[in-house]
Design a protein around this ligand. Structure first.
Ligand code: NAI
Length: 330
């Protein structure tokens, strides 16, 4: 089988090469992002392997079908970058990596939270310039604060347990309650409105879908405590960016740690240092000292990359051998 791996980054290539050494696949690495302009590169490929910022809309999927591609294997847990109904229409199964390391993403959410609270980016820059003053760097104890976790799945649960270690009060909201978490005292499940009203920090861990799009919007922000901290390692579309910017300007939102952004495609993972950015909302967000943005790197640990590579090639091998596709997106 010939596999075309789109948007291959240097940081992941050694892990992909190590995992594929166990199989007899012919692998083509492409650095291009998969979209309508690059889809022709999939010619002769039986399988294409994509990433969270590729754009597999209906047109791209039709082109993949016309080129004879038989399987789409995404190296991500989320699949909102793939038009699943189009894939069904063109009878191309989609497989993903549902779990690779909840610790990687949950720990990154904690890193954003602590960095914002204790103003580590500012402190780092000051000390580098031999400015050893402390004015403007006051944070707060996490101990005793209320942390709201929206989406208590693999990552949300892991994040909640870390918050237990800080001595925080943890509230959770999910459409499916894991009773064990309440029984063992990890968190208390509450209605979304109560979580918004009582939380000092809110961390987002739900998938992006029609129900969760713009979950954080003008109305829900109104319910929140003044100076609430928002952490988003889920998906950019969970937050209405315009509403976030307005709330930051009014200081209703005290700080925001964002690993994902609504319009991150074509920006995140790219070096635009010599070109600048055209996105005015992202540019505005970058001017707030109380906003910390990372470029979708929650998954970026050696353990996660190794698991992603291994599961991806296992998914492809299962397809090649006609075995059940356990990680098929339904
Ligand atoms: P998961 O499937 O284990 O958990 C998601 C949870 O959200 C489930 O408990 C589900 O019941 C809940 N949920 C779904 N729809 C909901 C709704 N409308 N309201 C409330 N709860 C709802 O997924 P996991 O592994 O915890 O990942 C969560 C998200 O994190 C992924 O969908 C992905 O978007 C994001 N992610 C981000 C990464 C990064 O690098 N920043 C890496 C991996 C995942």
């Amino acid at each position: 089988m010939i596999i075309g791996i789109f948007q291959t980054h240097n940081f992941e290539k050694p892990f992909l090469e190590a995992a594929c050494a166990n199989y007899h696949f012919q692998v083509k690495f492409f650095t291009a992002r998969l979209d309508q302009d690059s889809v022709a590169m999939a010619k002769n490929c039986d399988v294409i392997c994509c990433f969270a910022n590729d754009d597999l809309n209906k047109e791209v999927i039709k082109s993949l079908h016309d080129l004879g591609v038989k399987l789409i294997a995404t190296r991500s847990a989320g699949f909102n970058h793939i038009d699943i109904s189009a894939a069904k229409e063109f009878k191309i199964p989609v497989v993903r990596v549902p779990e690779y390391s909840p610790y990687a993403v949950a720990e990154h959410a904690v890193a954003l939270m602590l960095s914002l609270n204790r103003k580590i980016p500012q402190a780092y820059l000051r000390v580098k310039e031999l400015n050893f003053t402390l004015d403007g760097l006051v944070g707060f104890d996490l101990h005793g604060k209320t942390v709201g976790v929206i989406g208590v799945g693999r990552i949300g649960k892991t994040f909640a347990k870390i918050m237990n270690g800080f001595g925080a009060i943890v509230l959770g909201y999910d459409i499916q309650k894991d009773e064990d978490l309440e029984r063992t005292g990890v968190l208390k499940f509450v209605e979304l409105e109560r979580l918004f009203k009582e939380s000092d920090i809110i961390s987002l861990h739900v998938p992006l879908n029609a129900q969760t799009k713009h979950l954080i919007n003008q109305n829900t922000i109104q319910m929140m405590k003044s100076a609430v901290m928002i952490i988003n390692t889920g998906r950019g579309g969970l937050i209405d960016t315009t509403a976030l910017i307005e709330a930051l300007k009014k200081k209703k939102i005290g700080s925001a740690g964002l690993d994902v952004y609504e319009e991150e495609e074509g920006v995140f993972f790219e070096d635009l240092s010599c070109l600048g950015i055209e996105d005015d909302k992202l540019a505005r967000l970058l001017t707030f000292p109380n906003v910390l943005i990372t470029s979708h790197q929650g998954f970026l640990t050696a353990e996660a990359l190794s698991n992603i590579a291994q599961t991806t090639f296992q998914n492809i091998a299962d397809f090649g051998a006609g075995r059940e596709l356990v990680n098929k997106v339904i």
